[in-house]
Design a protein around this ligand. Structure first.
Ligand code: 3PG
Ligand code: MG
Length: 397
């Protein structure tokens, strides 16, 4: 997919003295007192801002934070804590501007300001055309750098890309797209996908899309249990969706017809409850009793999955294979994380639980690319073209 890159625009000197509007995704988690608890997205947004400053642009940055009601300012919806953290990271003051849609604020070349939570503006969510027209007038160059929000078509993520004189992808958005393209469109094979999580139903379109592309589809968690049911196994009291068994069977059929496979667990770790105190038992996948709950894959399965991962050319990872939050059910996910870390394959990982597992098993430096997107990452796996890329490609002509 062709789109303009902000890095190219800067390299050719075209951002010098220009008003640059960066849409970042600074939607970070906060505690009840408003303290930022995790700042990956702020750090991931720095390169675009630094690029713009280095190129001599007057820089405006905005983001949404949460899902506030448009037109109703509440202090907890303010980007003030983000402005502070951003200022610290950039080593300079970042003024926060409210009520900015009609302009009237100062920003000189070499300066950066943060524009207050864009979801406070009336018409943002529905991409109101009058709002989009105003946003376009604020800048000479619009930079979309909000991958986490790339699946939304809102005024600051879509409308402004149509109305601004120039619209391009920032370095984060471009890097995400490049990594996803490498993993899904031009993968070195075998291509292995790992899809964990509780429900087949929420990830059905992902499973179906991946079934047509990947060489091995490793399923985990409640999804694996539903696949075990489809394969005729007894799963006792395990979390599963019996009504999705036909869909699971279809996925396995699509894979089989292509000579690809869904490697199902041959052994499992069970307990009678999901708790830190639960006593774990290892069983063959054929021995699961009526009151057992499957909470992880067993060691034989772990070894088999690790072997598949070791021989992969490309790995796409979304979701753990067990309840890795508790040590007695963490073995499968830990083994997989370690296999991914040691593999020479290009790996890409995304989604909240997956990022938590990466942090827990301390493999962040050994994963090829860690996506900042949750919903956006999943929609790409579904095979959708995200609005961000659609509009930027349109503007690139
Ligand atoms: C996210 O946190 O997933 C992104 O920032 C998008 O947020 P949204 O789901 O509120 O659009
Ligand atoms: Mg969210």
């Amino acid at each position: 997919m062709k789109f303009l890159r902000f890095s190219d625009i800067c390299a050719s000197g075209q951002a010098q003295g220009k008003r640059v509007f960066i849409r970042a995704d600074l939607n970070v988690p906060q505690d009840d007192a408003g303290n930022i608890t995790e700042d990956t997205r702020i750090r991931a947004s720095l390169p675009a801002i630094q690029l713009a400053l280095g190129a001599g642009a007057a820089v405006m940055v905005t983001s949404h934070l949460g899902r506030p009601t448009e037109g109703e300012f509440r202090p907890e919806d303010s980007l003030a804590p983000v402005a502070k953290r951003l200022g610290k990271m950039l080593g300079r003051e970042v003024p926060l501007i409210s009520n900015w849609v009609d302009g009237g604020f100062e920003v000189q070349p070499g300066q950066v300001v943060l524009l207050e939570n864009c979801r406070l503006n009336k018409g943002e969510k529905k991409n109101n055309p009058e709002l989009a027209a105003k946003l376009g007038k604020l800048c000479d160059i619009f930079v979309h750098d909000a991958f986490g929000t790339a699946h939304r078509a809102e005024a600051t993520t879509y409308g402004i890309a149509e109305t601004a004189p120039v619209a391009c992808a920032g370095p984060l958005l471009a890097a995400e797209m490049d990594a996803l393209t490498q993993a899904l469109l031009e993968p070195k094979r075998p291509l292995v996908a790992i899809v964990g999580g509780s429900k087949v139903s929420t990830k059905l379109s992902i499973l179906k899309t991946l079934a047509t592309k990947v060489d091995q589809l490793i399923v985990g968690g409640g999804i694996a249990n539903t696949f075990l049911l489809a394969a005729g196994k007894r799963i006792g009291d395990s979390l599963a969706e019996p009504e999705m068994v036909r869909e699971a069977q279809q996925v396995m059929d699509i894979m089989k017809a292509r000579g690809a496979e869904v490697p199902l667990p041959v052994d499992v770790v069970v307990a009678d409850e999901v708790s830190i105190l639960a006593r774990a038992n290892r069983l063959s996948a054929d021995e699961v009793g009526p009151h057992d709950r499957i909470l992880d894959v067993g060691p034989k399965t772990s070894a088999k999955l690790a072997d598949i991962i070791a021989h992969a050319g490309t790995i796409v990872w979304n979701g753990p294979v067990g309840v890795f939050e508790y040590p007695q059910f963490a073995g499968g996910t830990k083994m997989m994380a370690s296999a991914i870390a040691h593999s020479e394959a290009f790996s890409i990982a995304g989604g909240g639980d997956t990022l938590a597992a990466i942090a827990k098993f301390d493999i962040a430096n050994d994963v090829g690319y860690i996506s900042t997107g949750g919903g956006a990452f999943l929609e790409v796996l579904e095979g959708r073209i995200l609005p961000a890329f659609e509009v930027l490609a349109k503007r690139a002509g």
